[in-house]
Design a protein around this ligand. Structure first.
Ligand SMILES: C[S@@+](CC[C@H](N)C(=O)[O-])C[C@H]1O[C@@H](n2cnc3c(N)ncnc32)[C@H](O)[C@@H]1O
Ligand SMILES: O=C(O)C(=O)C[C@]1(C(=O)O)C=C[C@@H](O)C=C1
Length: 241
């Protein structure tokens, strides 16, 4: 696994964060050193897939990057006639994900597609995963995306949505942000790396608070929604149709 040193030297003209070839090359290291609880969330996605995947249904990984969630889902499907569809709009991600996925054998079909998740169709879904991707979609498109997921789902289907959160209470925001910074420092990121990545993510990763997410899932029609996992400012929601 290649180490993430993308922001280790001073960038004179720091561009906006993009999921391009340079990020693809270091992505597994970057996400595990940046997102507390990432591995635990993947484990949970596997367990929830085992419990909620329905036979004759489709499973979606929206904003799949290298397909970590899709592969975890595939390992845990125990019912017949399921198809996994994993989508990302980054060509570089889909190319690398294709190589990764080919390295594992399974009877369950896994289709990787390059596309915008705001535009694709969702049909006959029993499990839909959006793992740290809604935060990169324009805020005004988020409700219609969650509505579409709900409408394309079978009764009893689930949405697993993981996101970076912010907190409206300033003291709470500061305390939890401090914990996340300490997590990055303890994983070897320097102050320069942390501050340059933070600038690059400004206006690119636009977080919501917990209430906005829960309200959006309720407005889409989900009868149940709540947080099943949280580590500092990174949370994963479960919503059931
Ligand atoms: C933080 S990564 C997701 C991590 C991945 N789900 C995992 O569990 O390892 C966000 C991904 O969303 C993708 N993305 C951003 N906007 C998108 C869009 N509109 N449609 C599809 N993919 C998108 C990016 O290319 C990137 O690969
Ligand atoms: O908030 C940060 O500092 C992050 O690095 C978060 C985050 C994410 O949540 O997706 C941002 C971009 C990378 O894909 C990995 C992690």
């Amino acid at each position: 696994m290649q180490k993430d040193t993308l922001y280790a030297s001073t960038h004179e003209a720091l561009g906006a964060f993009q999921f391009d070839e340079s990020v693809v090359a270091v992505f597994p290291d970057m996400i595990s050193r940046s997102v507390p609880g990432y591995q635990t969330i993947l484990t949970g996605i596997g367990e929830l897939t085992r419990q909620y995947a329905q036979k004759d249904s489709q499973l979606y990984d929206l904003g799949c990057s290298l397909g970590a969630a899709a592969l975890t889902m595939r390992r845990n499907v125990e019912v017949e006639n399921c198809k996994i569809i994993a989508i990302d709009n980054s060509e570089a991600m889909i190319q690398r994900a294709t190589e990764y996925v080919q390295a594992y054998h399974s009877e369950v079909p896994l289709i990787l597609q390059q596309g915008d998740i705001a535009e694709i169709e969702i049909e006959d879904a029993s499990v839909v995963v959006i793992n740290f991707t809604l935060q990169f979609i324009a805020p005004e498109q988020r409700q219609s995306l969650v509505n579409k997921v709900y409408q394309g789902m079978k009764p009893g289907g689930i949405l697993i949505l993981s996101e970076k959160l912010h907190f409206d209470d300033e003291q709470m925001q500061q305390a939890i942000e401090h914990l996340h910074l300490q997590f990055k420092r303890s994983n070897g990121y320097s102050e320069l790396e942390i501050s340059q990545k933070r600038s690059a993510l400004e206006n690119v990763l636009i977080s919501d608070n917990q209430q906005t997410h829960l309200q959006r899932m309720q407005d889409a029609g989900f009868s149940t929604a709540g947080i099943w996992f949280q580590a500092y400012n990174f949370a994963s929601f479960l919503a059931i149709k």
